[in-house]
Design a protein around this ligand. Structure first.
Ligand code: GDP
Length: 444
């Protein structure tokens, strides 16, 4: 589900943003959680409407410091970054307390941004009286949708109103396939790690034919590079180039931005600062990429600032293995975006990882590899029954997913599944690729 349109919930404190967020994303796994520096534990998640339409939902409640006076300037500085590129905004209002001056202020702030706004009146379980409903029309944003986030009322109508604004995004999503076969790359990392310097280097290399193409969302610009008969799309480069925004807000915004980018990418370059080493935030961002099923290449930038490279290299490889455990197989590139040293090696690396990402394994080869591994080290099981692997098939590509049919109905220990994953990774050259292995038990 690449390029799900971003929908942002805004509204003054206590109108129920978080409740609505939870209602809409209910039963969906949170993709961002436990972020340092934010009060809420979730701010971004997938949500799927009754018609099957997917969106990426952002709750600005988690981005705002609600207990401070003058939260409007804070919205400007911080929510603006989240609103950038959004397909629609849900402006949440409070039917119980009626229209307040802050609501008008927020509406006034949203209007010039040109993002479609759906006014949503919450807490209507507490009896929305006629004149209050009329009040909300005054905002000039069209007919408000009446809901109760807490009791789940009006949610279908809310989706209906929202989906009317997602139509354009759909076309753009389809438009992405016009660069079929291209390696789609997201460059992610903390502010000042060198993302925009690296982008400039990559597009500035000899033999690179560069063109800009509009991305999925308003304001997004992708850069298409054609080089040696291959195409690469660097997604959402506008966010990389427009400096300052992510620096001003809490670091969590770089996560929001990264999320948006990597949804539309196959391969993710996660930049690490050679001087600062791997930080928790780096691990967080790399973790989203991995969980979202994107291939990873770790790029250690500012390598020109490192004196003793041989020992630093070993130390970095160790750090990556320790702190990015999930991605310990990911290739690590050492380079300097500033001097250009090592940058040309990235393109071949992208090719390799992208090819692995799109692996289409021959069933016979797959079964040979897995049966060998199974024989070498059978799973430990209680009981007398001999553990059997019947056969395996690849069920998806990009990233590869496999289903193994066994005589277990209870599944296998995760450490054994890990062993099988590592075997596949080794055999098929899947370094940096988040493969999925599912075990199906059945009785014979
Ligand atoms: P971004 O915020 O991640 O896009 O980072 P920038 O590309 O704007 O870089 C931030 C700062 O780091 C700038 O001053 C760059 O000149 C500097 N920088 C970027 N790459 C390198 C590098 O490889 N070596 C050194 N020494 N400085 C770098």
């Amino acid at each position: 589900m690449r390029g799900a349109p971003v929908v942002v919930i805004v509204g003054r404190p206590n109108v129920g943003k978080s409740t609505l967020f939870n209602r809409l994303t209910r039963s969906r796994r949170a993709l961002v959680h436990d972020l340092p520096g934010v009060t809420r534990d979730r701010i971004v998640s997938e949500a799927v409407g009754p018609g099957g339409r997917s969106i990426t939902l952002v709750d600005t409640g988690g981005l705002l410091l609600e207990d401070q006076d003058g939260f409007i300037p804070l919205i400007r500085a911080q929510a603006e970054a989240a609103l950038e590129g959004a397909a629609a905004v849900l402006l949440l209002l409070d039917g119980a307390s009626g229209l307040l001056p802050e609501d008008r202020e927020i509406a006034g702030f949203l209007r010039p941004l040109g993002v479609p706004v759906v006014p949503v009146v919450n807490k209507t379980d507490r009896k929305l009286v006629e004149h209050q409903a009329a009040e909300f029309f005054v905002l000039g944003l069209g007919e408000p949708v009446a809901i109760s986030a807490e009791h789940g009322m009006g949610i279908a109508e809310l989706w209906e109103a929202l989906e009317g604004h997602l139509g354009e995004a759909t076309e753009a999503e389809e438009g992405e396939d016009s660069e079929a076969g291209a390696v789609r790359v997201a460059i992610i990392g903390r502010p000042n790690v060198g993302k925009s310097s690296l982008l400039n280097r990559l597009v500035g290399l000899p033999r690179a034919l560069v063109s800009e193409i509009p991305g999925t969302t308003r304001d997004a610009v992708d850069v298409l590079v054609e080089r040696d008969d291959r195409s690469y799309v660097f997604v959402d480069t506008a966010g990389i180039r427009r400096k300052g925004r992510t620096d001003r807000g809490p670091e969590v915004l770089s996560v929001v931005m990264a999320r948006r980018q990597l949804e539309r990418a196959d391969v993710c370059l996660i930049l690490i600062d050679a001087v600062e080493g791997v930080t928790r935030q780096d691990a967080h961002v790399a973790g989203y990429a991995w969980d979202a099923g994107r291939a990873l290449v770790v790029v250690v930038n500012k390598w020109d600032l490192v004196a003793d490279r041989a020992s630093a290299r070993a130390a970095f490889e160790e750090q990556v293995a320790q702190q990015l455990k999930f991605a310990r197989s990911a290739p690590v590139a050492f380079l300097s975006a500033l001097t250009g040293q090592g940058v040309d090696r990235l393109y071949p690396l992208l090719d390799t990882v992208h090819q692995a990402f799109g692996l289409d394994a021959a069933t016979s080869e797959l079964n040979r590899v897995l049966h060998d591994a199974w024989r070498r080290q059978p799973p430990a099981v209680s009981g007398k029954r001999e553990p059997k692997l019947f056969y395996a098939i690849q069920v998806r590509r990009g990233p590869p997913g496999f289903v193994l049919f066994t005589n277990f109905s209870t599944g296998l220990h995760f450490s054994y599944v890990r062993y099988l994953e590592n075997t596949l990774r080794e055999a098929f050259g899947l370094a940096g690729v988040p493969i999925r292995v599912m075990i199906r038990g059945r009785k014979r």
